[in-house]
Design a protein around this ligand. Structure first.
Ligand SMILES: Cc1cc2nc3c(=O)[nH]c(=O)nc-3n(C[C@H](O)[C@H](O)[C@H](O)COP(=O)(O)O)c2cc1C
Length: 327
């Protein structure tokens, strides 16, 4: 199978810049590239003068027990973006199987195709006893209501909204378009769903405070992997100011450029409770199925465990801001 993704040794957005459909970042691709590069500006303070003992990467996030604080990010349009011969329903079934094997959880995606893409993906979550996070795009009320109607007949643990999809030209031009969201509009979705609700696509303190005001349960500091706006900061660059404003009021997740156990460590040190990973885990799934996901997550977990040992951390809450420095 020849994929559109070039499967680079490091997934850094350079070879695929501007390729949408495809897996690249928008326009010059700089937002995607910067997500990855910004992690290199955070250095880890090695310190092994600490009590010896076991190291655990186990996490408890939003009531979910995870082997490692990692989620598979929503990745939709597998045929169009990857050129893979698999539809979104089957991708999500495999992806969620992989999450089960790895002891993590995954998000499904959304798109214009209500039945094939949204309902197909949500049914994959239903078929995993509801263990997954269903993502809804920021449609106008009619589009949201149609999706909540579908969800009312399915099992799902929680839902998310990628509010940063509000500017996607294809979705803005549709019969039921997407729109930007206020706290009131987010509260409406949270209340109608009656389940934990995650706002994905937060890049400013204002957006994070809006999610808190709306009574949401978590935010994902994210620029959609650089696919919705060129020239944003890297997500790890905005994390400290967002964490300072809302830590303790809402669960904080981050995605964009997380490629290693060290990157997970850096995100946790700077205020995240967990991370989502998009392209590398999606590729592991497309190429290797559920076992591919399990192996890729196992590698991340081993790296994180090593880094915790080398910094005197036994459990995730030991990973504090003094364990890193920003250059
Ligand atoms: C091909 C592709 C499709 C995506 N589809 C969605 C989607 O439907 N909903 C969503 O919230 N994010 C979507 N994303 C963004 C990811 O969820 C995530 O925010 C991003 O990929 C994280 O960056 P990373 O790939 O560098 O880890 C997509 C990303 C890619 C590459």
């Amino acid at each position: 199978m020849t994929l559109k993704c070039r499967e680079c040794r490091e997934c850094n957005g350079i070879a695929c810049r501007g390729e949408i459909p495809g897996v690249g970042g928008k326009d010059t691709g700089r937002s995607f590239i910067r997500n990855v590069e910004a992690f290199r500006n955070v250095r880890i303070n090695m310190d092994v003068c600490a009590q010896p003992g076991n190291v655990s990467t186990e996490a408890h996030i939003l009531g979910m027990d995870l082997s490692v604080p990692v989620f598979m990010a929503p990745v939709a349009g597998i045929r169009g973006n990857y050129g893979a011969d698999i539809d979104d329903h089957d991708y999500n079934l495999m992806m969620l199987d992989g999450c089960d094997l790895a002891g993590i959880r995954g998000f499904t995606g959304d798109g214009i195709d209500l039945e094939g893409l949204f309902a197909g993906s949500a049914r994959a979550v239903n078929d995993h006893d509801g263990h997954g996070i269903v993502t809804i795009k920021p449609w106008v009320k009619e589009g949201i209501d149609a999706r909540i109607e579908i969800l009312s007949k399915l099992k799902f643990d929680m839902a998310a909204m990628d509010i940063d999809a509000a500017g996607l030209p294809l979705l803005r031009a549709g019969k039921t378009p997407v729109e930007t969201k206020t706290a009131e509009a987010l509260r409406y979705v949270r209340e109608r769903l009656g389940k934990p609700f995650i706002v994905k696509g937060v890049m400013t303190v204002n957006a994070a405070l809006t999610a808190v005001e709306a009574g949401c349960d978590a935010i994902v500091v994210s620029n959609h992997g650089g696919r919705v706006l060129d020239d944003t900061p890297g997500t790890i660059e905005v994390l400290p100011e967002i964490a300072e404003a809302v830590k303790g009021k809402i669960t904080i997740l981050l995605d964009g450029g997380v490629r290693s156990g060290n990157d997970i460590f850096k995100a946790l040190a700077l205020g995240a409770d967990g991370v989502l990973i998009g392209r590398p885990l999606a590729l592991a799934c497309i190429k290797g199925g559920a076992e591919g996901v399990r192996d890729a997550v196992g590698k991340l977990q081993a790296q994180l465990r090593d880094t915790m040992l080398m910094t005197g951390c036994h459990v995730l809450k030991d990973i504090t801001s003094d364990k890193v420095r920003i250059m």
